[in-house]
Write a protein that binds this ligand. Structure first.
Ligand code: COA
Length: 357
């Protein structure tokens, strides 16, 4: 028999009334200084600018120099700081590092196996009141982390969450492998998700998926996590990106439209009502394919892959923040943009959502 004590009645009422809305209040980014062009790569790889531009849409990428303060922790903290600094520009008002109560860092390339990159960023940022942890979902990391932040806020557990995507894929690139060396770049992006009235909730349902990829079409094997480490493994330097480009391409051209279609349908909008799409930047042809599929002009798809390559978990917030700064994304005062965000990557993982911003 269910016995209701005053405490349990209070708990039920509280849980019924403690649903919060969530909204993104700011974005930020930080990229390494060093620009590496296709011509730079052609000096030591059997490749050329024409092949790379035509097949991927990439002209140059940023490559970090951790010795110059551009490690994953440094860039992640700088992107988070930039999101704090830009609260006023994006939403009015301000937020201090101490107001952040959770940091979720999506990364597959942290500087340490442990502690988490998020904890180290917490220290650098001075976010002394935050809980911090990492999330590993490769290039879909930002979407999964945003979904997690949304749910924490919706439940009432946290009020201001810093979501960071940072990856330094250059650490794991085999610079003799032209099929991967031309694709990836380094960078960090961030978004702050804050609680609001339920009526102002700016998120529509997330569509997220995983399919364990035992064929290993995209991976970095972790030597440090194997014990005992085989001498041959150390010599062979297996901690490098391996990618079956064709298999990943075939997966992506299905996953991106599928995720967007599901997320848009769940939002109740029609594809043409979405103001801008901010997709993971992996290959311009994958983005063009999605635009064709929905009969949406490419101008609505934010693309900066030409200048950054694939920055993995960082690509979506970098693309949004830069496009807003450059005026490619325009928002009139009081206007709420409808944004379609979509990511995909190793795992395999993929996901999308529509948010109002
Ligand atoms: N420069 C010049 N030639 C290259 C090259 C390079 N950088 N990389 C590969 N090639 C060669 C190949 O060796 C092959 O030569 P061959 O025909 O003599 O064997 C030829 O170009 C075609 O290779 P292929 O792999 O069929 O090219 P592609 O059109 O499939 O493009 C990718 C390759 C990697 C650009 C494409 O498959 C892709 O974008 N895949 C998805 C990758 C991705 O999104 N990864 C991240 C997921 S988060």
């Amino acid at each position: 028999m269910l016995i209701l004590t005053p405490v349990s009645v209070f708990a039920i009422i509280f849980s019924m009334s403690s649903r919060f809305g969530a909204k993104v209040i700011s974005w930020g980014r930080a990229v390494p200084e060093r620009v590496v062009t296709n011509d730079d790569l052609a000096q030591f790889l059997d490749t050329d600018d024409e092949w790379i531009s035509k097949r991927t849409g990439i002209s140059e990428r940023r490559i970090a120099d951790p010795e110059k303060g551009e490690g994953a922790i440094d860039l992640g903290a700088a992107a988070a700081q930039s999101a704090l600094d830009q609260v006023e520009k994006y939403s009015g008002g301000s937020l201090a590092a101490e107001d952040i109560d959770l940091i979720i860092c999506a990364t597959a390339t942290g500087d340490y196996l442990f502690p988490s990159t998020a904890c180290m960023i917490q220290d650098k940022l001075g976010a002394s009141n935050a809980v911090a942890f990492d999330m590993s979902a490769a290039c879909t990391g930002f979407i999964f982390a945003l979904n997690t932040a949304y749910n924490y806020i919706h439940s009432g557990q946290f009020k201001n969450i810093m979501v960071i995507g940072v990856d330094l894929m250059s650490k794991y690139i085999d610079w003799a492998d032209r099929s991967t060396a031309v694709i990836f770049g380094d960078g960090a992006g961030a978004a702050i998700v804050s609680a609001c009235d339920e009526a102002e909730d700016a998120f529509h349902p997330f569509y997220i998926k995983s399919r364990g990829d035992s064929d290993c079409s995209l991976y970095v094997k972790s030597v440090a996590n194997q014990y005992p480490v085989a001498e041959a493994d150390i010599k062979a330097k297996p901690e490098m990106v391996y990618m079956d480009g064709k298999a990943v391409y075939e997966f992506a051209v299905k996953a991106v439209p599928e995720a967007l279609e599901q997320a848009i349908e769940a939002s109740g909008y029609k594809p043409e009502e979405i103001d801008y799409f901010v997709p993971h930047q992996a290959n311009i042809r994958i983005i063009q394919g999605a635009a064709r599929r929905f009969k949406i002009p490419m101008e609505k798809f934010i693309c900066n892959i030409d200048r950054y390559g694939n920055t993995s978990a960082a690509s979506i917030p970098i693309a949004f923040d830069e496009a807003y700064e450059l005026g490619q994304i325009k928002r009139e005062p009081g206007q709420k943009l409808k944004l379609g965000l979509v990511g995909f990557g190793a795992g395999l993982t993929w996901g999308a959502t529509v948010i109002e911003f």
